[in-house]
Design a protein. Structure first.
Lengths: 176, 356
């Protein structure tokens, strides 16, 4: 009953990890419904690949990679959420009297960051991956990760001002 | 106040409610993909090294051990081979060979038949769950139906190759994304020629040719074959379908191409080498134009132009919405050479492609 066992194992994986994967997807696309579609697409691809995934400890990493790479290259219905624009959104950039940046402002700012830069930031700062791990997920060099993160942070600062500290908790922020 | 970016992102992500994930629906979608891959393998597109698709994890019943006798397909009517134009879209413009079609809205999907081009446009949000499907024959553009909205991935619109048949899940009445039938449309006749009611819980088209629609009703091994000539639907199997398709001249690999020096090598979804079969035989590699280098993305088959020539689309792998910039190459299986047909620009393209 290997197949039944695999289905059970996959179901357990979904139960345990789908919420965390979904949040990564959400930061990548900024919309609940789209993030759900993205997660489901990644889980289907994981399911198809399941017999080849011998190291079950890495299933989450495999699925997360699909979430990220799919979100970078996907095609979507533009009007469903926002349209790409060079104009920065009016997010009500916080002045010094505001204590926190709103959830909507953060998401709007993230969506002004090009997909690869956004992926690098989400992986480095939300997933807390190292530069090498981030490079592995994105399929690029460590140097490319550094430049993507640097450019993405600069973009975020244009929108959010100095409301956030871009220093990585475990490493010094890097330049391009 | 300055807040660490780590905390800012976590607070943002934690604010969204948890997703609802239907494992049975995931199993069904995975099973459909495995079936299509197996079909590609069965037709000979995959298999230099004996690759057959990944295990049948999600398939609760696999191919039957004792296959039911499948009725023979209707005799194929020999039609003159029609060369198709290279088709792609950018924004609202659909390129059909040397001519263009201006759509009413941005184009989200494009496909080709022997008679013209089929495309999906982004509608207003009046119809949130479906988009309009069009057909243009070079003289007129007509709305022929609605397809369920796809936010990620390709629209599930299937065309026969060669032939005039287009099949899609009917999105006309999908208030809640729940189609109940397939629409079969003949672009030569400009008419809907059949409506196929769903017969199970996970209805999915697996193949369309000039005279038949093959679809599955659920997760089991059953394949249903609708015969356009007789109007009858009969039961067959994936194995039988694979045998029936081996004689078809245009067999698309469900994978991609990778550049190895001056050659493009077809590989399957697992990266294993495969062959591409056309009327002039099989090839395991194609020569790229001098000096051409693949963008750092993937190279897919977009369409066949005729029984000998196909179009490859090489994207940059990191394009933004809605499409990606990339090169279109036309490749001739007779001399095994590719030529640059549409070079990469900053314009995002929508390339033809079948869902896999």
């Amino acid at each position: 009953m290997r197949q039944a066992g695999d289905v059970a194992a996959f179901s357990e994986f979904v139960e345990a990890r789908s919420a965390a994967l979904f949040r990564t997807a959400y930061l990548m696309v900024g919309d609940h419904q789209l993030a759900q579609d993205l997660l489901q697409e990644a889980l289907v691809k994981t399911l198809v690949a399941w017999p080849r995934l011998r190291d079950r400890d890495n299933v989450e990493a495999y699925t997360r990679r699909i979430v990220v790479t799919t979100s970078i290259s996907w095609r979507r219905r533009r009007s469903f959420h926002e349209r790409p624009t060079d104009l920065l959104p009016d997010t009500g950039s916080p002045d010094q009297t505001e204590l926190v940046v709103t959830h909507d402002a953060v998401m709007a700012a993230l969506l002004t960051v090009p997909p690869r830069q956004r992926a690098a930031i989400v992986l480095r700062y939300y997933q807390d991956l190292t530069e090498a791990q981030t490079a592995d997920v994105m399929g690029c060099s460590v140097g490319a990760v550094k430049s993507q993160v640097s450019a993405g942070l600069a973009r975020l600062r244009r929108v959010l001002g100095d409301s956030f500290d871009g220093a990585h908790p475990h490493e010094q922020e890097v330049g391009p | 106040m300055t807040e660490p970016l780590v905390d800012l992102l976590r607070r943002t992500a934690d604010a969204v409610p948890d997703p609802g994930v239907d494992v049975d629906a995931l199993l069904a979608r995975a099973a459909t993909r495995q079936r299509r891959r197996r079909l590609a393998a069965a037709t000979g597109a995959a298999a230099l090294v004996g690759v057959v698709a990944v295990g049948a994890l999600a398939v609760r019943g696999d191919e039957p051990r004792h296959e039911e006798p499948a009725p023979p397909p209707s005799p194929h009517v020999e039609a003159p081979v029609t060369a198709r134009p290279l088709v792609y879209a950018e924004g609202r413009t659909v390129h059909v060979g040397e001519r263009t079609v201006e759509a009413e809205a941005d184009v989200q999907f494009v496909a080709v038949t022997d008679d013209g081009v089929v495309f999906v446009t982004e509608d207003s949000d009046e119809w949130e769950w479906s988009e309009r499907l069009w057909f243009d024959d070079g003289e007129t553009t007509e709305a022929i139906g609605r397809v369920p909205t796809q936010h990620i991935g390709l629209f599930e619109v299937f065309t026969s190759d060669p032939g005039s048949i287009v099949v899609w899940a009917d999105g006309t009445h999908t208030a809640g994304y729940s189609p109940e039938r397939f629409v079969v449309y003949d672009t030569a006749r400009h008419a809907t020629v059949a409506l196929l009611p769903y017969r199970g819980d996970f209805n999915s088209v697996v193949h369309v040719d000039a005279q038949h629609v093959y679809f599955t009703p659920d997760l089991g091994p059953t394949v249903l074959r609708y015969d356009l000539a007789s109007g009858r639907t009969r039961t067959t199997s994936h194995a039988a379908l694979g045998r029936e398709l081996r004689s078809e001249p245009r067999q698309l690999p469900r994978g991609r191409f990778v550049q190895q020096g001056s050659r493009l090598v077809p590989v399957d979804a697992d990266g294993e080498p495969v062959v591409v079969r056309g009327a002039s035989g099989s090839v395991s590699g194609l020569r790229v134009p001098a000096g051409w280098a693949a963008p750092p993305g993937e190279i897919h088959v977009a369409q066949w132009l005729d029984d000998h020539r196909l179009v490859l689309f090489a994207d940059d792998g990191g394009g933004d919405i809605p499409g990606v910039p990339g090169d279109f190459l036309t490749c001739d299986l007779r001399d095994q050479r590719c030529r640059l047909a549409v070079p990469l620009t900053r314009t995002p393209y929508i390339a033809p492609g079948q869902p896999s």
